[in-house]
Design a protein around this ligand. Structure first.
Ligand code: SF4
Length: 385
């Protein structure tokens, strides 16, 4: 997080403390999504308060379990996006699906303490044949469940059924253009139709059942070739049934071809002008305080736990979760202490940290801004209320 965000977080602490301790309620904004966790258990409250201490001193063996977690359901994808290690084939891990038993095992320990879980990693989660099992398991916990997709099989009956019957809090659909041509310039191989058909079906079915989840979010990365479509994006998203539109800039990645593509694709719009040059990153880096290894790990499809999703080839694993290993053994273990020390004190020795997308931006959120398109969704979006 940026130094200024950290100071704001510390200043907000007394107010949050009162809400959490006395009301069992925590309000926060996660990548432009306003979320409220209600009826927090004692375990969840305690973990949140302990996480606050990590914010102050970044202890190598944290006082808390993670607050947020990312779960990589699959690590393969049908598209070839040029600023993604899966698309460029620079991700060397063997393609596989996460075993639902592994997910359940991780959640059994970490789940009661989490406030968000993101069900994606370096792959297209909707390709997992047991998506429904993951969604239904995730919903057993008092945390916001986020699911993101390129939409290519969003119109499949089983996928619609899984999402409607076990709705995530937010479903993020990545569309980086308003036509097949502009969308597939970055999302190489993508078609708009399945994504739009899926959103329409989900919206109708959700309304028919009187549900308010999932909140359907269109996510649009502004680049040189699609910036002219930005003024129409809001009408487009509204007319296709989305509840929310978020606008992103292109993230940096730890790959030479990815960095080259980013430079080619990055927009020259004044508001989104991030050239992505390495010298810019090093100056921004000074104001960046990395909290990732202290509260936001990623569990990869094969059970490898990493401190940060940017470590896409698991260069610095915290360990591997399996039936003989407890999550706590990995999270609080010696290997994790070693990795945190390296990231905290010697980030320049780690390639994915040198190319850290979070330090490349002006603030931690990946989305630059977001707007709500549908009246009637109560904000913040409540969990457990
Ligand atoms: S890439 Fe490194 S510095 Fe950036 S968020 Fe991840 S761990 Fe932190």
């Amino acid at each position: 997080m940026k130094a200024i965000e950290r100071i704001r977080g510390i200043c907000r602490a007394p107010q949050l403390l009162a809400g959490v301790v006395l009301g069992g309620r925590y309000d926060f904004i996660y990548d432009q999504m306003p979320i409220r966790i209600c009826r927090m258990s004692r375990t969840q409250r305690l973990n949140l308060l302990r996480s606050g201490c990590n914010l102050i001193c970044r202890r190598l063996q944290p006082w808390s379990y993670p607050l947020h977690m990312q779960f990589e359901l699959v690590n393969y994808c049908q598209l070839r996006c040029p600023v993604c290690p899966t698309g460029t084939r620079e991700m060397k891990r063997r393609p596989r699906n996460m075993d639902p038993a592994l997910f359940k095992q991780a959640l059994k320990e970490a789940g009661p303490r989490l406030i968000t879980m993101s069900l994606w990693g370096w792959g297209e989660s909707l390709l997992h044949p047991e998506l429904a099992v993951f969604l239904s398991e995730a919903r057993r916990y008092n945390a916001a469940v986020l699911l993101s997709t390129n939409g290519q099989n969003l119109n499949c009956d089983e996928v619609i059924k899984a999402i409607i019957e076990h709705p995530p809090t937010f479903l993020i659909v990545a569309l980086d253009g308003l036509t097949n041509e502009s969308n597939s310039r970055f999302r190489v191989g993508a078609k708009m139709e399945p994504a739009l058909q899926g959103v329409e079906q989900l919206m109708k079915e959700r309304n028919r059942r009187g549900q308010d989840r999932p909140v359907l979010q269109m996510r649009f990365i502004v680049m040189k070739h699609n910036q002219r479509e930005l003024p129409e994006a809001e009408d487009f998203a509204r007319s296709h049934g989305f509840d929310m539109l978020s606008i992103r800039i292109l993230s940096l990645i730890d790959s030479d071809s990815g960095i080259r593509s980013k430079l080619e694709l990055t927009t020259d719009l004044a508001d989104f002008n991030r050239a992505g040059k390495r010298q810019d990153i090093s100056s921004k880096r000074k104001n960046y305080i990395c909290m990732q290894p202290f509260w936001y790990p990623s569990l990869f499809a094969d059970g490898t736990l990493v401190a940060c999703e940017q470590d896409f080839n698991a260069q610095l694993p915290l360990g591997v979760l399996d039936e003989r290993t407890r999550f706590a053994d990995l999270w609080f273990g010696r290997q994790s202490i070693h990795v945190r020390r390296q990231i905290r004190d010697a980030y320049h020795t780690i390639s994915f940290c040198r190319n850290c997308p979070a330090s490349d931006r002006d603030r931690t959120d990946t989305s630059a801004w977001a707007i709500w398109l549908r009246k009637g969704i109560r904000q913040p979006v409540s969990i457990g209320g």
